[in-house]
Ligand binder design. Structure first.
Ligand code: MLT
Length: 210
């Protein structure tokens, strides 16, 4: 199903009511179709909500502006995080969904991390693939035990493992139940992501049926 009526161009695939929906958040230059195959592979039968990043960087869609690689426009990030969280709330109403688990890659993982800190009620949990610290000074959040899987690459030329460790520590300090795995990988998505994410998602509590 494709839709433009909500504030973000997105794709939605309905799924089983007793599985957490996935909010798929692509990397720079991706779009709303990019992560659908990954979503289907890691959470078979789950509903998939996949927005397109509304910012264009020389034609490459992103979820927020950056000033240089790894240097974020934090005012824009804060505003775009609000917009995305509002979109998720509207899409939940429209499609009758419980809070989703984010599955974000790179730029998508970074806005998912920002949303955990700025609008924690939006997500039931998150898989963050190659994320980095989004805010120099993170907002105070109470993540109330929300499960978060962080997947880093030891050879990632964009995100040093130390940076991902700092993010994991910030999320833990905010009360998330964080598992951080460092893989023998670079910045790109690897096969390992599929198995690790699928195994982790299977351990999540199922949403209460309405
Ligand atoms: C990217 O390539 O998108 C960066 O690694 C992460 C970002 O800019 O959010």
């Amino acid at each position: 199903m494709s839709s433009q009526a909500l504030a973000f161009t997105h794709r939605f695939e309905p799924g089983a009511a007793d599985l957490s929906p996935l909010l798929l958040l692509h990397g720079t230059g991706g779009d709303e179709s990019d992560l659908l195959p990954l979503g289907r592979a890691v959470a078979p039968g789950a509903a998939l909500l996949s927005p397109r990043g509304p910012v264009s960087e020389n034609g490459a869609p992103r979820f927020f502006r950056r000033l240089a690689e790894g240097v974020f426009d934090e005012a824009d990030l804060r505003r775009r995080t609000e917009d995305l969280a509002d979109f998720v709330a509207a899409a939940r109403d429209r499609y009758g969904l419980p809070a989703p688990v984010a599955l974000g890659f790179s730029n998508g993982a970074n806005i998912a991390a920002a949303m955990l800190m700025q609008r924690p009620e939006t997500l039931a949990g998150a898989v963050l693939i190659r994320p980095m610290v989004p805010f120099a000074v993170p907002p105070r959040a109470d993540l109330g035990g929300r499960p978060v899987l962080v997947l880093s690459g030891v050879m990632d030329p964009i995100v040093p493992v130390e940076n991902a460790r700092r993010l994991a520590a910030q999320l833990t300090a905010a009360g998330a139940a964080v598992e951080h795995r460092v893989l023998p990988a670079g910045h790109g998505l690897s096969q390992a992501e599929i198995g690790l994410s699928a195994d982790w998602i299977r351990t999540l509590p199922r949403p209460a049926l309405a």
